[in-house]
Design a protein around this ligand. Structure first.
Ligand code: GLN
Length: 203
């Protein structure tokens, strides 16, 4: 819809994934996982409504499609977002505070140890970033700042990160996400009744 989708696609291709842009329900139906990029959450929310994607997205995400929201994308996934002028998707049991670190000039970088990322900390870029202020019982924290503020978490197959992993050369988190997509596809193959594949459903 808006934001850093090109950079995410580059990172996904770097780790060997077949990555495409998604703006329509048909394009959504054709993918096995989704990244909602950083950008401007108010704009993304408006465009999702204008393109009739809110309900299709909720359906796919609730059915288990691996979905990763970064920065504005994390805001869109959250159940509670004070001050957002449109309802978010609300698929993740988190409360997210927008612009929690201040204005553009307060953007910063930090080295983060992230669950599932081996080989040392990752450099994380925060740009007018949100913070995950509350995480529900089913949510696992993947990374926090030194002061304890949560900046990455997951719930089922949904990931939310406050920062922009697509703005560095380090694609390890994208690699971990693609591994989640592959593992989820493997489960669907092992239990075909769990989620019919598109080709089967189309026949
Ligand atoms: N501040 C933006 C918002 O509220 C998010 C910024 C970003 O995605 N880098 O949507």
């Amino acid at each position: 819809m808006q934001g850093d989708f090109r950079e995410h696609i580059d990172c996904l291709r770097t780790v060997g994934a077949d990555a495409v842009e998604v703006r329509t329900e048909a394009e959504l139906d054709a993918v096995d996982g989704l990244i909602i990029p950083g950008g401007e959450s108010t704009t993304i929310a408006r465009l999702l409504i204008a393109f009739d994607l809110m309900e299709p997205l909720r359906r796919r995400i609730r059915a288990g499609m691996p979905t990763w929201g970064t920065c504005a994308g994390a805001i869109i996934l959250a159940r509670r977002v004070p001050g957002l002028d449109r309802p978010p998707l609300g698929v993740m049991d988190i409360t997210v505070d927008r612009n929690a670190f201040g204005r553009q000039v307060d953007s910063f970088e930090a080295d983060l140890d992230i669950e599932g990322v081996t080989g040392g900390p990752m450099r994380a870029v925060f740009i007018r970033a949100p913070v995950i202020r509350e995480a529900g019982a089913g949510v696992t924290v993947m990374a926090a700042l030194a002061d304890g503020r949560i900046v990455a978490c997951r719930e089922g197959n949904i990931w939310a990160t406050s920062f922009h992993p697509e703005l560095t050369d380090d694609a390890r988190l994208h690699g971990a996400f693609v591994a989640l997509v592959q593992a989820t596809l493997g489960e669907a193959v092992a239990a075909p009744s769990a989620r019919p594949r598109r080709s089967a459903a189309a026949r």
